[in-house]
Structure formats: structure tokens, C-alpha cells
Design a binder for this molecule. Sequence first.
Ligand code: IPM
Ligand code: MG
Length: 347
Amino acid sequence: MPLIALLPGDGIGPEVIAEARRVLDAMSLDLTFEEAPVGGAAYQAGGHPLPAATLDLARRADAILFGAVGDPTCDALERSLRPEQAILGLRKELALFANLRPAKLFPGLEDASALRPEVAAAIDMVIVRELNGDVYFGEKGMRTTAAGLREGYDVMRYDESEVARIAHLGFQTATKRAGKLCSVDKANVLETSQLWRDVVIEVSAHYPQVALTHMYVDNCAMQLVRDPGQFDVIVTGNLFGDILSDQASMCAGSIGMLPSASLDASAKGLYEPIHGSAPDIAGQSKANPCATILSAAMMLRHSLGMAEAADRLEAAVGAALAGGARTADLGGTLSTRAMGDAVLVAL
Ligand code: IPM
Ligand code: MG
């Protein structure tokens, strides 16, 4: 029986994970669950955002369902103890190098998008974000300049093997979709991006059936709001992918709707909503659980070989929305629990 590690984390994390758990339980899929603290919650409980027991559970599990980390009361801690280190540590320790962030507008949510309805309706894309490298994991620190000024630095770096493996996944993802891959970089300024572009072009030789284009990240940010329907699959580095996926989510209705999968080279994965811990609404049952429920569906599909159940779950979210179920982020009044109920009814 597959073991799922449940890591609720901080803020709205526990609320949205609870709804995903309820929905999975209702599907009678023969899953076992084990829960562990992570992020600020783990720091408060035991002094570390990613306790050894939590990391061990994540290693043992067949898949990880993750809520969110981030707690403003931890902002003054040294960086290695801050909640965010938990998710960064899990990504690195488990070699989860590939982050899939699908952005699609569910019918009926056209008016929730920040874009004009007819522009928003066309969104159906996947952002393939590299997750183990870039400025996130390069050398970083604080130092003093010769002039006695404080200086912060973070090194942006990729080696060619890191670019090649995510490029392959980008091409493979495009092969299963409309066959269009847009590689996003900043090659007009950054050496890291020049290498990125060169390697993506080399890898493209293996995928003659995919139409490859390149776009600078600033232009991509603009194109995402001008005409998001032009994108099928975007492949990009860690930092640009972080930013562009938040932007894409707002185009697709709400950040409360977007799931993600972080995969290693096998089928092992960590699944999480792309939103954060939202401390401003935590504990108020206002959060939209759909991103987490849809993350659970991705888990069923990518790590557990339960494609049919994944389809069923995604269809249930679609049906709940089509029936008018809306949390506050979508302009409605439903509580987190009531939105979960709407999905359960649709199931
Ligand atoms: C995300 C988040 C994380 C990131 C934070 C919480 C470290 O913004 O998953 O997009 O920057 O990757
Ligand atoms: Mg982010």
C-alpha cells in the first residue's frame, strides 16, 4: 500500500492539506498516510524547520503531499533556520529537480482572472521549472566591501548537465502536449542564460517533432499577460520559473488554483500548491483548497500510477466550480471546508 507523507506546514497549509486528505479518503484508494511537522511549525516545536524525522519520512514515502511553509515570526532567524529552508532542503535532499506547474483556466473562472475573459480563457500551459540550481543554491553570503559597505551576494550558476536534464523533461512534456516548447532565459545579459540557451538547442536535436522557441524573461512576463494562449510548455530556470509561475496563476484565475509536482529522476515526487502560507488569512477557513486537491491529483497520476483516479479528482474540481462553488479568492463566500465539501459532492 503506497505511503504518503503529509507535511502540512505553516499558515493555511494545515487547512488545505486537511481538505485534500478528506477527498483522498473518500476515494477509497488504499493509501496510508503519515504526518510530520515542517517549516515554522517544526521550528517552533523542535528548533529546526526540517527535522531529521520529517526528512526520513519524506525519503521513505512513495510521495509527499506538502502544504506551505512561511511564518513572519521567523523572519529574524538566521537563514538556515527559516521555514523556507524546509522546502528548499527537501527539493535538494531528494533531488527533486523538475517542477511541473500547469496553468489552465477552469471554465467559469474567466471573471476571476486579472485578464480580459477572452484572453484568460485561452490559458492552457505547463511551466517546467528547474528546482535544484540557479541563484537559489549558488554561493551566497554577506560581506563587507573595501569601502566598508555591507554587500549581499548570491551566485547564479548552472552546469550543462543540470540544464540538459531539465531541457529533456521540457521537450518530453511538450511531446505529450501541443509540441511547442518555449525556453525562457536572459541570454542578452547573463552567461548562465547563454549556457542555458546553448544546451537547450543541443538537446533539441533529440526532439525534431517539438517546435522550440526562445524568449527573454522580461518579454515572457509581458507576453503572459498580453497573450497567454500562445504558450504550450515553458522551460526555465529556478528563479525565473518562480516568478513566472506566480504570474501565470493570476492569469488563470487565482493562485489558489494552481498545483505543482516536483519530481526526481524516477517517479518519486513532492506535490504542493504553488501558493504560500498566506499568514494573513491563516486559521480563518478562507483559503482555497483546490490547488492542494489538484496537487493530490497530480500525485495520483505521476507517482502512484493512478491516472484514472487523477482524472476523476480533476473532473470533480471542475464540476464543483461549474456548479458555482467559489472561495473568496475566486470572488465567492465558501469556506475552505465548504469548498472541500463541494468537491466531495461532485466526486
Ligand atoms: C515556490 C515558493 C518557494 C520558492 C519559497 C517558499 C522558497 O515561492 O515554491 O514557488 O521560492 O521556490
Ligand atoms: Mg514561488
